[in-house]
Ligand binder design. Structure first.
Ligand SMILES: Nc1ncnc2c1ncn2[C@@H]1O[C@H](COP(=O)(O)OP(=O)(O)O)[C@@H](O)[C@H]1O
Ligand SMILES: [Mg+2]
Length: 324
């Protein structure tokens, strides 16, 4: 196993401060402690080379989990091992084998060209010259960054900066990689090229990757397995198809009509999601979907019909809506 997490709990403690000056004074003497459970008794393990999507709404605990797994913060209780090490012990042997990229945080030196940062990281991680040159050349080639490596990082576009961050994170060929919202705020093209890159990289280098993203496209393209966190609790751990089976009790029938039919006639079958002159989309109970489709075919002038699963995006929204 690359990563093993057992009964992991993280409680943040902060002090309540009453507003205003007297509040500040009072809080000097009497400080009320507020506790926030960011993660509650989390268990999972991840095998070598797996690409796992970590999903959950804002505040679900995703970043907290990644911070614990990269040794930035301690857990309150429970334990975690990455490649056999407890990350918060910050052993050098582990540091040389993992990397973390956070979409909202820069790790590269802002005023330097990316290449200069790479050289510094090469020393820190003790990457051999030959290996270093090979990795920089290969990765910048695939990411189309060859002619951007000598530009000050601050002058790069958001997407180029993220690509440079990725190269930096991969210089020492980590066995484990955490990506926390790597595509956040990027334009669709940049998102797509990063996605494509990660897919190739994972399949070639066999790196174990945990990815959090708000974009379901990222998760659907890259992750066979997903872990869903909701308010610090692990709600689901399994395949994406498993999410559909467990949470999607409905399917969507979409029918093209040969001539116009009163919409009302379809309302007995399910909920109408979309419609226009000769097209109707009905959300129906999953277990009845084929029966309904054949009834529709028998009773209406249908020229084309398909039965689809609800999109992952919609399902995940439903999971969180239910738990509110
Ligand atoms: N340093 C901190 N001190 C107190 N509470 C925190 C701290 N960091 C995060 N939290 C809280 O812990 C919860 C989980 O946060 P986070 O792990 O950042 O979630 P996510 O990455 O899924 O959006 C949130 O309620 C957040 O407000
Ligand atoms: Mg986060």
């Amino acid at each position: 196993m690359a990563i093993e997490v057992k009964n992991l709990t993280k409680t943040y403690k902060s002090h309540k401060k009453e507003p205003g000056f007297s509040g500040s004074l009072k809080s000097l003497f009497h400080r009320e402690v507020i506790e926030k459970n960011a993660l509650t008794s989390i268990d999972f393990s991840i095998g070598n080379g797996e690409f796992v999507g970590l999903i959950g709404e804002n505040g679900a605990g995703k970043t907290t989990l990644i911070k614990i797994l990269s040794g930035i913060i301690f857990p309150t209780s429970g334990t975690a091992e990455v490649l056999g090490y407890k990350p918060w012990e910050r052993k050098n042997a582990l540091k040389k084998q993992f990397s973390v990229v956070m979409g909202q945080k820069n790790q590269l030196w802002w005023d330097l060209p990316a290449y200069d940062s790479f050289l510094l990281l090469k020393e820190i991680y003790e990457v051999e010259e030959k290996q270093f040159k090979k990795i920089v050349s290969e990765l910048s080639e695939i990411l189309d960054m060859k002619d951007k490596l000598y530009t000050q990082v601050r002058k790069l576009s958001l997407g180029e900066r993220m690509k440079a961050e990725l190269i930096a994170a991969l210089l020492h060929s980590p066995k484990v990689l955490y990506l926390d919202e790597p595509t956040i705020g990027l334009d669709v093209l940049a998102q797509e090229s990063i996605r494509k890159f990660l897919k190739t990289y994972n399949s070639q280098a066999k790196t174990t990757i945990i990815l959090t993203s708000h974009y379901m496209d990222d998760i659907e393209t890259l992750c066979k397995r997903v872990i869903i966190l909701d308010k610090g609790i692990l709600q689901f751990d399994g395949s994406l198809e498993g999410v559909i089976k467990k949470y999607a009790n409905e399917k969507v029938i979409s029918a093209t009509l040969g001539n116009k039919v009163e919409l009302e006639k379809f309302t007995n079958f399910g909920t109408i999601l979309n419609s226009n002159e000769l097209q109707v989309e009905i959300k129906v109970e999953r277990k009845n979907s084929t029966k309904i489709a054949s009834e529709l075919l028998n009773n209406f002038p249908i020229v084309d019909i398909t039965i689809k699963d609800i999109s992952i995006e919609e399902i995940i929204k439903n999971i969180f809506r239910e738990s509110k």
